[in-house]
Design a protein. Structure first.
Length: 159
């Protein structure tokens, strides 16, 4: 019973905690934004952390539901996180077409009410959409590559 409850709370907790800190002024989030914009290693670490969280969710879902067939599409989507270049392109694609992905995710979330087998796919896409919010935009990355000095207001504006 505890595992079933944690299966439902796991996506909510992992989506709520970062959003509680999103766009807050303070040293912690500003340092996070700078590290993500300036360091490729920080972006790789961010992607690997996301991968570990998704694999933990898959393990939890398999432990509770004992249904491996519903995890196959979700796991295939999660495997793209092993490639940094592929995930980098995917996050930029999601960031550039954010409205389309939000509408697609909401439609799939509504379909989950009638078809419970797509729950892991919806959670995985939700994590991708959520992770792309914290990923630095092309404008910020171009400013970093060009050597334009950035202050906190510019980073928060273009994120």
């Amino acid at each position: 019973m505890v595992l079933k409850f944690s299966l439902l709370l796991f996506p909510a907790i992992l989506l709520y905690i970062p959003m509680a800190f999103y766009k807050k002024t303070g040293n912690c989030m500003t340092a996070f934004y700078y590290r993500m914009a300036f360091s490729e290693n920080a972006r790789k670490f961010y992607m690997l952390t996301l991968l570990i969280m998704l694999l933990l969710f898959h393990y939890l879902h398999h432990s509770v539901m004992n249904d491996i067939v519903t995890l196959i599409p979700s796991t295939a989507l999660s495997m793209c996180l092993f490639s940094y270049r592929l995930t980098d392109r995917l996050f930029y694609l999601i960031k550039s077409r954010l409205r389309m992905f939000v509408v697609m995710l909401l439609a799939m979330l509504l379909a989950t009410v009638f078809c419970h087998g797509i729950f892991p796919v919806v959670v995985t896409l939700g994590f991708f959409l959520h992770a792309s919010i914290f990923y630095p935009s092309r404008k910020v990355r171009c400013m970093v590559e060009d050597g334009i000095p950035m202050d906190e207001s510019i980073v928060l504006l273009y994120y």
